[in-house]
Design a protein around this ligand. Structure first.
Ligand SMILES: Nc1nc2c(ncn2[C@@H]2O[C@H](COP(=O)(O)OP(=O)(O)OP(=O)(O)O)[C@@H](O)[C@H]2O)c(=O)[nH]1
Ligand SMILES: [Mg+2]
Length: 584
């Protein structure tokens, strides 16, 4: 019954909006759609035709009709926007694979009922690698998988068969990712420290009494649940009565030597041809043949594999583009990006339309005929230019107003900065100065962060152990030219400063920059542009202070380019100017 009442109640209120199928005009609309589909009209035409049909039938038809014939790449419909899965910072926990257990087994053949020990060793755990690759543009794939585990080594088997190695894991990150270690848990290191502390507690002198350091063995001879593995069916009393041999010295995989120094700090600013090792897997346990002695020819114990190392890393993506667009919200940055490139970034007549960075590529050389734009530094034709569009900055962004300053890290490495100012939105010079002020604040924050990073972490507060593998450094695969010793020999795994250095970025005010004055098609913008041009001229000649307030800031050649991005007018000059500034 109720199913008949509900539509009637709704009919008098909002029926056509909520339930278009109950509207009498709906049938007409559907037939219009079908007819249109038959005549193969484009999809957007279909959508708008149906909209017109519905609205035209309502008595209060006050909505303006949409001109379906007018469609432009620079004034797109929402379905034209690119979908966005952008993550530029995340924390990921990497777990190297634990080692497999050693095997306790004895040879058994025809006429050999009680053969010798033949258990194999456990396999080594899987390693975790990292590689910066060109195709990746965001960290979202890593962010949704916060724990990355390498495979555990397989246990050893009888007949001296060693366990299989654990599966390695590779994390692929975009070029421009900065990797910082947050914390590390190394069970081996923890154990060694705990042991030393315990010995100190008994008042013994470490140097004299550290037997493990002398002959590589621990002389305790006691059962340890976390270390020893016993033959199946062993009676519990055996644990206390049996004499266990000295625990073998903890072993690390040889690959540890090619791990980066801890704490890890990497700046992956180039595509890597081969993956780089981040954390090596742990060693497998020993099978029972390792414990054969004259007195115990058939040992019924082996050792367990070592636990894997866990490292927590913070990944931060700093997009690497040739040009970075900086502007107030609604200035027209995204429209400019769309006018110059084939980007599908979203445009809207309101502030903060763009919520995450977008990259567009200006194709300079499509490999069809000659290109007149060449990179004079390299002396060769440059195939493309990349432009990064970021969310708008507002005055006081450094106080976390608007979307804050965080997105500026995506343009801090851009070779050229393009300040986009809206000529129709008040004084362009004031807008430019406000943008420079926010950049200055961002730079201050960046320096503070870098200083706190280099002052060194204090991991002891959380019981974390600073880990330093023997002579490890960055992997030779990562550093194509390993440093060589004085007599000319190549020293692999030598200490190298390459890991930390690229984080020291040049000051933003030292970068070449230009001003793109948009919306020049609107009325009464000429005077504003003339004032901007005159201001930049004075800055170039040193008569006016640089908008950054720095004395040795870049002021060699100031460009103010009036454009109408919406009409694609004046934008053709920009690639040429950018190339000139890239050479500067
Ligand atoms: N008349 C005119 N309008 C423009 C021009 N460029 C952009 N607009 C309009 O200005 C509005 C804002 O453009 P967007 O490109 O979204 O501005 P934005 O700087 O990316 O804005 P946020 O992403 O919010 O920071 C849109 O309605 C555009 O159509 C132009 O050259 N002329
Ligand atoms: Mg935008």
């Amino acid at each position: 019954m109720s199913c008949f009442v509900a539509p009637r109640l709704l009919w008098s209120t909002q029926t056509p909006f909520l339930y278009p199928c109950l509207d009498s005009t709906w049938t007409a609309t559907t037939s219009t759609l079908r007819n249109a589909a038959r005549t193969r009209l484009p999809k957007h035409h279909l959508r708008r035709t149906s909209h017109q049909a519905t609205t035209a039938s309502t008595p209060q038809d006050a909505w303006p009709s949409v001109d379906v014939t007018k469609y432009d790449h620079l004034d797109p419909r929402p379905p034209e926007y690119s979908s966005n899965y952008f993550v530029d910072s995340c924390v990921v926990q990497l777990q190297a694979g634990a080692g497999g257990h050693g095997c306790i087994s004895f040879l058994r053949e025809k006429y050999v009922p009680n053969g010798p020990a033949d258990g194999g060793d456990g396999g080594t755990g899987g390693n975790v690698f990292i590689q910066a690759v060109k195709g990746e543009t965001s960290l979202h794939k890593i962010a949704r998988r916060p724990i990355v585990k390498a495979g555990r080594g397989k246990n050893g088997e009888g007949s001296q068969r060693g366990g299989k190695r654990g599966d390695d894991v590779l994390i692929q990150v975009p070029v421009g990712t900065v990797v910082r270690e947050v914390s590390r848990r190394d069970p081996l290191e923890e154990e060694t420290l705990a042991e030393r502390k315990a010995r100190r507690g008994y008042g013994r002198d470490l140097k004299e009494d550290d037997t493990r350091e002398d002959d590589g063995t621990d002389q305790t001879g006691k059962w340890r649940r976390d270390k020893w593995l016993l033959y199946p069916g062993t009676l519990p009393k055996y644990f206390t009565t049996a004499d266990f041999p000295a625990l073998p010295r903890p072993r690390r995989s040889n690959l540890v030597a090619s791990q980066p120094l801890a704490p890890i700090r990497l700046d992956l600013d180039e595509p890597m041809s081969s993956p780089m090792l981040l954390v090596a897997g742990s060693m497998g346990g020993l099978g029972n043949p390792h414990f054969v002695t004259k007195s115990i020819p058939r040992p019924k114990y082996g050792t367990k594999g070592e636990e894997g190392v866990t490292v927590k890393l913070q990944l931060e993506l700093k997009i690497l583009a040739d040009v970075g667009l900086v502007g107030l919200p609604n200035a027209g940055k995204s429209t400019l990006l769309r006018a110059l490139t084939r980007s599908r970034t979203r445009i809207g007549d309101w502030a903060f339309t763009t919520l995450s960075p977008n990259i567009g590529t200006v194709v300079l050389d499509s490999y069809r005929g000659r290109t007149h734009l060449t990179d004079s530094k390299k002396g060769e034709a440059r195939p493309n230019l990349t432009i990064a569009d970021i969310p708008g900055l507002i005055e006081g962004a450094h106080l976390d107003r608007g979307l804050g300053l965080g997105f500026l890290r995506h343009i801090e490495r851009a070779a050229v900065l393009a300040f986009v100012v809206d000529l129709s939105a008040g004084d362009a010079v004031a807008a430019l100065e406000a943008l420079w002020k926010e950049l200055g604040e961002y730079e201050k924050l960046r320096e503070q962060n870098l200083n706190s990073d280099t002052e060194g972490p204090a991991p002891d507060a959380q019981g974390l152990i600073p880990f330093q593998p023997f002579a490890s450094s960055i992997s030779p695969a990562f550093d194509p030219e390993p440093p060589s010793s004085e007599d000319g020999d190549v020293v692999l795994n030598a200490q190298s400063d390459r890991v930390l250095e690229p984080l020291r970025l040049p000051p933003i005010s030292a970068k070449p920059w230009l001003v793109v004055a948009t919306k020049a098609d609107l009325d009464a913008t000429q005077e504003n542009f003339a004032q901007l041009e005159a201001y930049l001229k004075r800055v170039q000649q040193g008569e006016e202070e640089h908008p950054s307030g720095k004395t040795n800031a870049w002021r060699r050649q100031m460009y103010a380019v009036p454009v109408s991005a919406l009409r694609k007018e004046g934008v053709q000059r920009l690639p040429e100017i950018v190339l000139e500034l890239l050479d500067a």
